[in-house]
Structures are given as C-alpha cells and as structure tokens.
Design a protein around this ligand. Sequence first.
Ligand SMILES: C[S@@+](CC[C@H](N)C(=O)[O-])C[C@H]1O[C@@H](n2cnc3c(N)ncnc32)[C@H](O)[C@@H]1O
Length: 196
Amino acid sequence: MDDQLARVLDDLYRAGRAHDGPLADRLQRLRNMTPDAARLIATLIRARRATSVLEIGTSNGYSAIWFADAARDTGGRLTTVEIDGSRAAVARANLERAGVREYADVVHGDGADVLARTPDASVDLVVLDAERPAYAEYLPQLRRVLKPYGVLAVDNAVSHRDQVAAFRELLTAEKEFAVALHEVGDGVLTGVRVLS
Ligand SMILES: C[S@@+](CC[C@H](N)C(=O)[O-])C[C@H]1O[C@@H](n2cnc3c(N)ncnc32)[C@H](O)[C@@H]1O
C-alpha cells in the first residue's frame, strides 16, 4: 500500500471515529470496520487471488478502499452495496480520493436484491457489514453465489456476538462451509465454501 493511500485511510478512520463518538443513534454513525479487520479481509482477497469481491454495507467507503486496493493487486474488482444513496455518493468520492475508484463499483441498493441477481458461483469473496439480523436470510444466496473455496467474511462477530450467534450457528451447521472465528478488530467470522 502506498503512503498516499495509507494517509487517506488513516484520515478517514480518525474522522469516522470523531463523527460517530457523540452520536447516540447507531444508524447515524458511519461505523467503519477496524483497520485490523479490514487488513485481514484484504489479506484474504490477495491470498485467494479473488477477482470478484462483493461487500454489503459500504457506509462512506472506508473498508471498500482497503478491498479495492487488494482487488487492484489481483486484477479484480469490488462491488460494494449501500442502501443509503448519500452514503454511496460519499463512498464514490472517497474511493476517488484514495486513487482506487476504478477498481470498485458502488451500487446504491439493498444487498438482498444485489445478491438475488448475482449469478451462481460467480463471487470469490463476500463481506457482510450491514444489518446483522438480515444475514440469516442471505444464507441460501451466499451458498449459491460463492465459488467453490470462495470465502464469506462477517464483521462484528465478537463485538456483537449475540446478534451474529444465530447466523454463526446456521453457517456452522452447513456441511458446505468451514467456519472460523478470528479475534481481530471487532471479530471476523469466516466461512470457506469447501464443497462445490
Ligand atoms: C457498519 S456500516 C458499514 C461500514 C463499512 N463497511 C466500513 O467499514 O466503512 C453498515 C452500512 O450498511 C448499510 N446498510 C444497511 N442495510 C443495508 C442493506 N440491506 N443493503 C446495503 N446496505 C445496507 C447502512 O446504511 C450502513 O451504511
């Protein structure tokens, strides 16, 4: 990662923390992923040589910059989905400022709709960082869209353990996924789709 990109990420993260601090309403907060969690997922993108990466929950594009930078290295592309149009616009501007806009498509929409229209076995890595109660409903589509040995990564699996518990149980019960919890940042749950 070049110095300019590292500086943009650092600035954005600090500004995000300062923005969120005084806000009581969680939905008003930007809720950026921790740098450690984003770095872990960016590492998985590179290790998997993922060329098709899908993120649900863009916010202002902080984690999307990490993933677009990794996708640049693999010759791939990130699609990141945000339900709030003004946030999607801010994310596009932040990706531009970071110099990785050309490696990312920011979709203004509902992650469930985007998953439903994603072709079978077409995605190398999916990141879930949106509304946790919805994840269980995504599971059949996640199973369908991930390539064999594709990776699912779910943030906040430790910080919001209770809210992720039902999804974690469902995923663990699936024979098709090898599941692991990583105590990095706010906790990253991964599932590798081991059967085709
Ligand atoms: C935790 S924040 C994402 C943080 C972002 N990944 C980052 O690290 O900068 C969650 C975001 O998901 C968005 N969101 C909530 N439900 C969604 C849905 N069904 N589809 C797409 N985005 C959604 C919210 O508007 C919010 O901006």
